[in-house]
Write a protein that binds this ligand. Structure first.
Ligand code: NAD
Length: 385
């Protein structure tokens, strides 16, 4: 049966230039596009480990529909040609791990703003549609966090729910270099928006709210540097796998909403296949029902990992650590992130489905299956030497 869009029109097969296709989100998006659609993907990245299973065997049913191009977009003259060959460009490439924002602010700003400039320019000049990945961090802090601690207004959604078309972007002072990422993302959003307004660029901006699932980041010392600090899901998974305490930065009081990667990818596919409904829009993509503090996340992951691994939890599973000790000078944080879902609901009819418990259960099952043996081996080796 021919695929149709939300308005009942047939969807024609597209060629998609996906930059950063070898990362966490890119790997899930490539998988979805290969298994469920006729679209072709030109997959650009410096790494391809996470999509190798889609590229290697010649007899895969989608053989020939995905092509990997090992390209660093900082300096590669092939970029414009690949964008020109495509109907749509999706830009996922970025440095996006909080441990880098205050320790490598220059790399962070270059990656999230300067390196994205040619992508926007080539799309605009060649009349190509662009889906650009921004972040929920562009909202920064909530208005509510500036109210007195005991103010009843803190419970009023008007003071904390984040809306694409009306919430302000509130960052800390410049010396809090943590905001280098959010600020670079905000400026590239403004540039894309201006290209749309002045030059007619067809764009969609995605603001992910903590998408998590299998293949997110790396486990230090196994498939990433031993000293590396990945995002919270991989940090906590690593500690659970090694039977170490989970470190709670500043007591783990920040509140976050987590959405399952597979739910979020459904939203991206709707954007890809419904350009008239998605163009010109900025979309929050998150799950407002899955809110926890980082401390609660740690407790939930500990409980689920006991079930998945069959090993008892540590007597004291978590330990508090200051942000200065964990992230270094210049760290700061968003207090709370609840996405407003009105726009994505109205334009694309999308809603997240998976509960936090279920998404952590399937993710930790994957982490255990993928890494437990390898970690045991490295720990035995270290013990023996
Ligand atoms: P990721 O780090 O797993 O993927 C990014 C990919 O981009 C990596 O494979 C990396 O090698 C590639 N890349 C970086 N610089 C490149 C360059 N110069 N040339 C070629 N490739 C390059 O991150 P992700 O979680 O998949 O995130 C993708 C996008 O979504 C990013 O823009 C990020 O800021 C945004 N985002 C993600 C989340 C989330 O919850 N995962 C939240 C907010 C924003």
């Amino acid at each position: 049966m021919a695929r149709v869009d939300l308005d009942g029109n047939p969807i024609r097969p597209l060629t998609i230039c996906m930059i950063g296709a070898g990362g966490f989100i890119g790997s899930h998006l490539c998988e979805k596009l290969m298994s469920e659609t006729p679209h072709k993907v030109l997959a650009l990245d410096v790494y391809n480990d996470k999509i190798r299973h889609l590229l290697d065997p010649e007899d895969l049913p989608w053989n020939g529909r995905i092509q990997f191009h090992r390209i660093n977009i900082k300096h590669d003259s092939r970029l414009e040609g690949l964008i020109k060959m495509s109907d749509l460009t999706i830009n996922l490439a970025a440095i996006c791990t909080p441990a880098d924002y205050n320790t490598r602010p220059l790399d962070t700003i270059y990656s999230n703003f300067i390196d994205a400039l040619p992508v926007v320019k080539y799309c605009s000049e060649n009349n190509k549609r662009l889906i650009h990945f921004s972040t929920c961090e562009v909202y920064g802090k909530t208005i509510g966090c500036f109210l007195p601690k005991d103010s009843p207004l803190r419970q009023d959604p008007d003071y904390y729910v984040l809306k694409e078309d009306s919430s302000p972007c509130i960052f800390g002072p410049i010396e809090k270099q943590r905001w280098s990422y959010a600020c670079a993302k905000q400026l590239i959003e403004r540039l894309i928006y201006a290209e749309g307004a002045e030059n007619g660029l067809e764009f969609t901006i995605v603001r992910p709210f903590n998408w998590i699932g299998p293949r997110m980041d790396f486990i230090p010392g196994i498939d990433g540097p031993s000293e590396g600090v990945p995002r919270v899901l991989a940090c906590f998974s690593n500690a659970l796998l090694r039977r170490e305490q989970l470190k709670l930065v500043d007591g783990g009081q920040s509140q976050r909403t987590f959405v399952y990667i597979k739910d979020a990818i459904e939203a991206v596919l709707l954007m890809i296949e419904n350009p008239t409904r998605a163009n010109g829009h900025i979309f929050n993509v998150g799950n407002p029902n899955n809110e926890v503090t980082v401390r609660q996340l740690a407790e939930m992951m500990t409980e689920i990992y006991v079930k998945v691994s069959g090993e008892p939890a540590l007597e004291v599973p978590t330990v508090d650590i200051s942000s200065k000790e964990f992230y270094g000078e210049g760290y700061d944080d968003s207090d709370k992130r609840i996405p407003d879902m009105t726009i994505i609901n109205k334009q694309l009819g999308w809603n997240p489905k998976t509960s936090l418990w279920d998404l952590l259960d399937s993710t930790l099952t994957y982490q255990h299956k993928t890494y437990a043996e390898a970690i045991k081996k490295t720990m035995t080796k270290a013990f023996a030497s």
